[in-house]
Design a protein around this ligand. Structure first.
Ligand code: 8NA
Ligand code: MG
Ligand code: MG
Ligand code: MG
Length: 365
């Protein structure tokens, strides 16, 4: 295991959030427009290198809520060297009040208000009462979870990853779909880190291992909590599916091998919305698809670049799907695959590198 892969995961997540945010909420995104936005960064960086100045129209890309919250997860784990719910909750709320314009989900803001309220004694209470007590099933838990995978890996505590992720996620998202989505994303990052090298990667094995692990997570008991109302979710008949994440992963098994894969099919069968069930599996599919196929239109781009550009091209919650896919991809391919121009123009890359280094240096317990 190299430091490069810790950095790849966190830096990868940051650049994908920044680049994906340019398309967030747009339902249909063309791959050529995504490619163009990346090429712009690369061209401008080239001009800047040649002339020593930044082209006048080049602004850096800001990170969004995904990264803002991931930084709090990493900072808290680094400072406390274990999971401290009070400390992490305080960081989430402080960060939100410092910069509320990072593009947070519409309802999670109520949780931050609750956490800020001095009358709140239990930091888990504000999230628990969201949506009439059913809790948020948004992807806000999964989008920020990669540092937890790195932490557990460095501590040699991967057997406790699920509990750690559940504790971190339930601070804002208590619906079983929100929690299990974060667990799946964390498992995927862990799975990447665990591979000896890119050469031994096998998509089928990777996916089967995730399915096996999710069998220990999704149980019949979860059924009562499973009631998402988005139209995509209805189409996937998740309301009455006992193991919705496993069902999604089984669909991916077939889709990832298709000769040509229409984005419309991915959106209809897997989803690209702000729900965890409609976006975490999508991120995993983007990673796997780019790993095993050359994405048409992205030939010549490395695997990390293909993962991110393809993930964004799926549209919908682009920053979040891309950041989750990139955290998995970066943990396998390493930071060397992340273009210098992307790193240069995206806000928060240096901090992500520092945090990855800190997590890497934590001693195994
Ligand atoms: P959240 O907890 O507010 O959930 C996001 C949304 O999911 C809510 O606003 C609801 O519409 C819906 N939702 C979640 N749980 C339930 C439920 N039990 N019943 C009914 N509706 C529910 O916030 P979050 O932190 O999960 O959100 C993360 C996403 O929001 C990320 O994509 C992030 O980047 C941000 N965001 C997304 C967009 C976009 O257009 N895709 C725009 C701005 C911000
Ligand atoms: Mg965002
Ligand atoms: Mg619940
Ligand atoms: Mg988003």
């Amino acid at each position: 295991m190299t430091l490069s892969r810790f950095k790849g995961s966190l830096v990868g997540a940051v650049v994908a959030d920044c680049m994906g945010s340019l398309f967030e909420g747009i339902s249909t995104v063309s791959l050529s427009s995504v490619l163009e936005s990346a090429e712009n960064l690369e061209k401008n960086r080239q001009i800047q290198r040649e002339h020593g100045t930044r082209p006048a129209d080049t602004y850096g890309l800001r990170f969004t809520d995904d990264t803002a919250m991931a930084r709090s997860v990493a900072a808290s784990l680094l400072e406390k060297k274990s999971f401290d719910a009070q400390d992490m909750a305080k960081r989430f709320a402080d960060e939100y009040y410092k910069e509320p314009d990072r593009g947070y989900g519409f309802n999670v803001v109520t949780v931050f208000e609750g956490l800020k309220n001095p009358e709140t004694k239990d930091v888990y209470e504000p999230a628990r009462v969201q949506f009439g007590g059913s809790g948020s099933y948004g992807n806000g838990g999964a989008m920020r979870i990669a540092p937890a995978s790195l932490f557990a890996f460095a501590r040699n505590k991967s057997s406790e990853l699920q509990d750690l992720v559940s504790g971190v996620t339930r601070l804002t998202h208590t619906n079983v779909l929100g929690v299990n989505g974060a667990i799946l994303e964390a498992f995927a990052v862990d799975e990447s880190l665990r591979l000896k090298s890119e050469a031994v990667f096998d998509a089928q094995t990777f996916l089967d291992s995730l399915i096996e692990k999710m069998k220990g997570v999704e149980t019949e008991d979860d059924k009562k909590d499973t009631n998402p109302e988005s139209s995509h979710s209805k189409k996937r008949k998740l309301d009455d599916h006992p193991t919705p994440y496993i069902a999604q992963l089984e669909r991916i098994k077939h889709l990832m091998l298709e000769d040509s894969l229409d984005t419309k099919v991915v959106v209809e069968e897997i989803g690209h919305d702000v729900s965890a069930i409609g976006s975490v599996p999508t991120a995993i599919l983007a990673f796997l698809r780019a790993a095993i196929k050359s994405i048409p239109g992205l030939e010549g781009r490395n695997k990390f670049e293909q993962t991110v550009l393809y993930a964004i091209s799926l549209g919908g919650d682009t920053d979040t799907i891309a950041t989750m896919a990139a955290a998995i991809a970066g943990a396998l391919y390493g930071v060397e695959q992340i273009p210098e121009a992307w790193q240069y123009y995206c806000e928060g890359v240096a901090d992500a590198e520092t945090m990855a280094e800190g997590l890497y240096k934590l001693e195994a317990l």
